[in-house]
Design a protein around this ligand. Structure first.
Ligand code: C5P
Length: 235
């Protein structure tokens, strides 16, 4: 698996035993990239994340930090001690908040790459406008937030693959566009709105994808993961 274009499996499971049972289906020598979100982290805490790192997984800790700069900086300092590879925070927290987090990662021995959430992939244009009452389109808002994240020195952003190309044009080719909201043809959309297949996401310029239910709920998760990786890496 190319670490340059990771396929992160979202471990959205209620507890560690279920997550380990899922992971144990994969060959032991396969270096998987996994995403731990709020559901599992709030249940199992840092010990589970440390155990994943010990077993060699690439770990994306998706805690979507959003608070005043000092608090986020201090939280990032503690998270950096876990040795995770990626960490999320909300771009809406502003440049000062993101800079505080970035400084905390620079001070750490193995600080994570920081990825800013732009607009959640569950939002539709109409829901976004009704909620945030912003004067610009969803697309323009995503681009603006990506530029703020770049200004703060972050590694990249999380958005839907629909915005990947525009994000690269407004930032740089190196600035990462990591995209959840991935579905295989025929999958249920669930609570997501801006969904796309792995192949299309790759063609639109996504540097990495996050796939949850399409893999975790599949009849054969290992085969489905391989299918997703092939589709994303070959385009
Ligand atoms: O099951 P599904 O593939 O929809 O899971 C997507 C994962 O990506 C979830 O863990 C969700 O929290 C996360 N995510 C997202 N949209 C964002 C950021 C993260 O769906 N903007």
């Amino acid at each position: 698996m190319s670490v340059q274009n990771p396929v992160f499996i979202a471990l959205d499971f209620p507890e560690a035993t279920v997550a380990w049972r899922f992971l144990d289906q994969f060959p032991a020598d396969q270096q998987l990239a996994v995403k731990v979100g709020m559901e599992l982290f709030y249940r199992e805490g840092p010990a589970f994340v440390a155990a994943l790192k010990e077993r060699g997984y690439i770990v994306f800790l998706d805690l979507k930090l959003y608070d005043i700069p000092h608090t986020v900086g201090q939280a990032t300092k503690n998270i950096a001690r876990l040795g995770v590879d990626y960490l999320t925070l909300h771009a809406a927290g502003g440049v000062r908040m993101m800079t505080a987090a970035k400084e905390a990662t620079l001070a750490a021995a193995h600080g994570p790459k920081l990825l800013a959430i732009t607009q959640l992939t569950s939002f539709t244009e109409a829901e976004l406008q009704a909620t945030q009452q912003i004067a610009v389109s969803l697309n323009d808002s995503v681009i603006h937030l990506a530029q703020l994240a770049q200004q703060a020195g972050l590694a990249g952003v999380i958005s839907s693959a629909y915005e990947s190309q525009a994000i690269h044009e407004a930032t740089s080719d190196e600035f990462l566009s990591i995209t959840p909201g991935i579905r295989l043809l025929g999958d249920a959309q669930g609570d997501q709105s801006r969904v796309m297949t792995p192949t299309l996401a790759q063609q639109r310029g996504a540097n990495g994808i996050v796939v949850g239910r399409s893999i975790t709920q599949a009849v054969d998760p290992v085969a489905t993961y391989e299918q997703v990786v092939t589709a994303f890496h070959k385009g």
